[in-house]
Design a binder for this molecule. Sequence first.
Ligand code: ZN
Length: 548
Amino acid sequence: MSEYVGGYSFDDYLRLISNFHSYPAPGLIVGGYMVEMAKRHMPPKVLFDAISEAASCLPDAIQLLTPCTVGNGWLKIVNLDRYALSLFDKYTGEGVRVFLDPAKLEAFPQIRDWYLKRKTKKEQDSDALRAEMRAAGEAVLTLTPVQVASKYVGKSSKGPISICPLCHEAYPKAHGGICKGCQGQDPYEAVAVESRPPLRAVAVEQAVGQAVLHDMTRIVPGRSKGAEFTAGQVLSVGDVCRLQHMGKNRIYVQDDEAAALGAEGWVHEDTVAERLTRSLCREGSVVSAGAPREGKAQLLAGRDGLLAVDVATLERFNLLGQVVCATRHHGSLVRAGQPVAATRAVPLYLPGATLAKALALLDMNPMLRVLPLRKARVGLLITGSEVFTGLIEDRFEPTMRAKVEALGSEVLGTALVPDDRQAIADAAARLLDAGADLLVTTAGLSVDPDDVTRQALLDAGLRDEVFGLPVAPGNMALVGRMLHQGREVQVLGVPACALFHATTSIDVLLPRLLAGLPLERRDLAGLGHGGLCLECPSCVYPHCPFGK
Ligand code: ZN
């Protein structure tokens, strides 16, 4: 059976791949057997697409032996660097996957050493390897049925097309305000942009009567750091003396050359700061602290709430170079008027194209928002037979009430129930009937057989739950929602450890919940980084790294 590959004799196949691939690569030889094995296991007359999990060699075997090519869209490369391929019904996604199986290589030392890279190319005996592949045929392969994920099945549309304002090329509108290439994802080195325009410096003693081009800072360590001169200020003889005392020998002044820079596409730092501010503040919950000073714009919270930072956009903004933005942490609670971010141009004059990129990025998604915390009516469901029977005095009620009220919400009602599924579900329904729009349960979330709170909540209609958070203490917390008589109710399950630690995952979650941030698994996974509390003897949260 190993004599033929796809209707070719072994030697013909070697000639075919030598012509197509430039040389008879071992990956293409074994790849031929992989394709043929997969094809044989597809039902007859099924129109199939292909996925290659490797980017080199394997796609060529698929393109040679099937109608699927990268160009016609029937072959997709999902590069996992695994030597595996799948063929599947292009309408249903049902198919088979074949891979070169390391567990089957014991009897084939040449293939094993090549595949696992145990020999250098020089040490390999190509003829022996080829002979062994010919002898092995499909004996080194494993085939399994697969259902291909829906995003790879059927036609994919790029959607509407836009013209990128920076490169003037066509691109899918869904990628944002500028194309992915201009977002920095193209494979080319950035052409060195001259970041300093041809400005003429003037000797300080000759600058009397001229206007300075930018704010100038005087730093006296520990005493002052402010603009000693502001842009546009006309210099007197005394000023020249002060400048010399500041250690300045040459300065930039506003002259015809500087004025001409705007026409050449250069933008002054103050204008950059103003334009960035306008863009960052357009959503309204973040406001400008006033005119930029020394090229820097300060942004303040426009209201009380939770600062939501689009961290991915912030990172892309700071990758542009020549513009920078620093913010407080995503998820911080802020009061109106408190600083949330600062942004500026790095050079005195920024190339207009760089500003356009920065603005296009900011216009895609609001990078900074202050989300108000809603005033929740909390139904507090305290579970635990030991508390219910009075064996232990409940301390959850005051603890949770304090946390809820500190964020401006109120506790509408409290129910104390034993560890009983039905009792918990009934109590939850009663609290919701009474008008609670946030159900907070305490305890009953550990692995003990008596702990049934989660099951009871599921009985009561809990959905979209995330149970188990990468934040410690408080790993065993739960978030989700319920529909109650057409209303959506948020659910927060507080684990027992919230009684023993001053600060837990609940302190990180509750404000996010009240601010309406999405709380699905993928939103919460990022909390793991910085999610370990140091449990300091005297807790200063939120003024510490926890939950940031
Ligand atoms: Zn572009």
